[in-house]
Design a protein around this ligand. Structure first.
Ligand code: PLP
Length: 295
């Protein structure tokens, strides 16, 4: 990852209506140490984040990412981010991304330093990895037990399901396990046999002219890429639906994709060793859409 920019933000109250938040921003050297050793983000993964794709200097779907940042903050009992302040920070970060090609902006809101007075917030911009091959060739996935049943989101809200928290160690372990099993990525399942999401992406299944994805209230993150692609599909005359999807539907789907803000649409070429048809034309049209400027 080539870092291009880092900005520390002094978080403003959510109802602060000033027009210009420039004096709450401090640009820092992205390659120099910056965090206090008492930071709860590094000590406990206690915080939230967003990764925003940037195409030719344009930050994609900023409103949807700011919506989800606010949602994650609510779930985690963090102070509500000041939307306009974060929007201005994204504008500054986007200006530091390559004017041609892809970049990634990260927004981070941590609980701050232990016993400290306020959250710690920062924004970074970097060049995105080259995802061309994975968008064309696709990913082989294995299904992995997520270790909880489909009733857990309602029963145990303290698991923070649905928030994009900094605690991604489990997600990274799942990808390592998938690789040990000879695949590239994973699809999580509930213990009672329903499909959830991938460790860093949403899952979309095609059933004829219908596209389905697991319902976001079922213990997963509501993906901004899936939301945007569903809108695009509906405009193209396709049907879209949020459903509780039994694992058996993975075998009967016509095609499947893992979608996320930076990798975009990666077709699934095999599930648990069973080959799945990759629709190159449709996948290319998804990625053309996802690479066009989106707000
Ligand atoms: N689900 C998980 C667990 C993720 O980590 C991500 C993205 O990182 C997604 C879904 C897709 O979200 P988005 O499309 O907003 O990138």
């Amino acid at each position: 990852m080539t870092w291009r920019f880092a900005l520390v933000i002094v978080p403003a109250a959510s109802d602060d209506r000033r027009i210009d938040f420039a004096d709450t921003f401090r640009e820092i050297d992205p390659s120099a140490p910056a965090l206090s050793v008492g930071e709860l983000s590094t000590q406990r993964g206690d915080g939230i984040f967003e990764s925003i794709g940037v195409v030719d200097g344009h930050a994609q779907e900023v409103a949807a990412h700011l919506d989800r940042l606010a949602h994650s903050a609510d779930i985690c009992d963090l102070p509500r981010p000041n939307r306009e302040q974060w929007r201005q920070a994204v504008v500054l970060a986007a200006a530091q991304c390559p004017p041609r090609g892809e970049g990634v902006i990260k927004l981070i809101l941590s609980r701050g330093v232990e016993h400290g007075p306020a959250p710690t917030s920062w924004v970074t911009a970097a060049e995105a990895p080259d995802n061309t091959a994975v968008r064309e060739r696709g990913v082989r996935v294995v299904t992995l037990d997520r270790g909880y049943g489909s009733d857990v989101p309602g029963r145990a809200p303290w698991l923070l399901l649905g928030a994009k928290t900094l605690s991604y160690a489990v997600n990274m372990a799942a990808i390592r396990e998938a690789k040990r099993r000879g695949a590239d990525d994973a699809i999580f399942l509930t213990t009672d046999g329903f499909v959830l999401e991938a460790p860093t992406a949403s899952l979309i299944l095609q059933q004829g002219r219908r596209f389905v994805t697991p319902a976001p209230n079922g213990g997963i993150l509501h993906g901004t890429t899936q939301l945007s692609l569903f809108e695009h599909l509906r405009e193209g005359g396709y049907e879209t639906a949020y459903e509780t999807i039994p694992v058996a539907d993975l075998t009967t789907a016509d095609a499947a994709w893992l979608v996320s803000s930076v990798r975009l649409a990666a077709p699934v070429s095999a599930i648990d060793g069973r080959e799945l048809r990759v629709d190159r034309g449709l996948t290319a049209s998804f990625n053309r859409y996802l690479l066009s400027p989106r707000t």
